[in-house]
Write a protein that binds this ligand. Sequence first.
Ligand code: IPE
Ligand code: IPE
Ligand code: MG
Length: 257
Amino acid sequence: MSLFKWFKGRDPQTDPTRTALKIPQHIAIIMDGNGRWAQKHHLTRSFGHRAGAERLHDITDACGRLGVRYLTVYTFSTENWKRPDEEVQTLMNLFVEFFHKYDSSLKQNDVRLRFMGDKSALPASVQQTWEEAEAESFHRQGLQLILAFNYGGRQELIKAARQLAQDCCNQTLQPSQIDEQHVRSALFLPDVPDPDLLIRTSGELRLSNFLLWQAAYTEFWITDTLWPDFDEATLLEAIRAFSSRDRRYGAIKTTRG
Ligand code: IPE
Ligand code: IPE
Ligand code: MG
């Protein structure tokens, strides 16, 4: 029998030889393709962003059920200010709407909300929602949903460099003492472990300034699916692929001869 036929005859759900599902502790997602989805459906870009926000709620729910501990989503990059004012406004409004609309369901699912990015440059309504959501959900024990909003990986590293430079000026730190732990402690959320799996929707093969430090050893999974079409089955496909990866962190595998 050809290898193709052998493989085709196997049901991935029941095949005992399939890799056991390893649930990543931390999943990061670049939720891309809202605009292309809207265009495909002859809708305006804001409809695409609205549909994208609904998917975020569904996927948060699915991750919570699967036992994922952290879900970090790229919601607005420091480069997204280059978009037309109207689109930027829509994205700011959606941020506020999302939390009001899903407040009770996130609470019911014990989801803790956290944020990373430059809050100071955002409209007052967004800053207020950000602070309220963070404070209200602080004690929740379930999934941590982290929104990267007005976030850029380079900007985060600049922030860290400034903080460490200040510590050196204050003589609380010597330049020669700076190690990975010092840099990490100056990032937005130092207590959050690095993502195990990074998903990017809509097929682009780039990081677009997302989690430059944290993604050093993250497994990437890219799909052509546009973010508003991303569902639990696609999420499981990504987790299945992740489960079969061999993470070596620069070492060599010792189990093989
Ligand atoms: C991602 O979708 C959402 C944000 C960047 C805010 P896009 O708006 O980038 O969608 P495309 O890439 O134009 O399809
Ligand atoms: C990345 O998507 C940012 C978010 C998903 C929020 P972009 O659509 O902005 O990225 P590029 O421009 O294709 O690199
Ligand atoms: Mg895009």
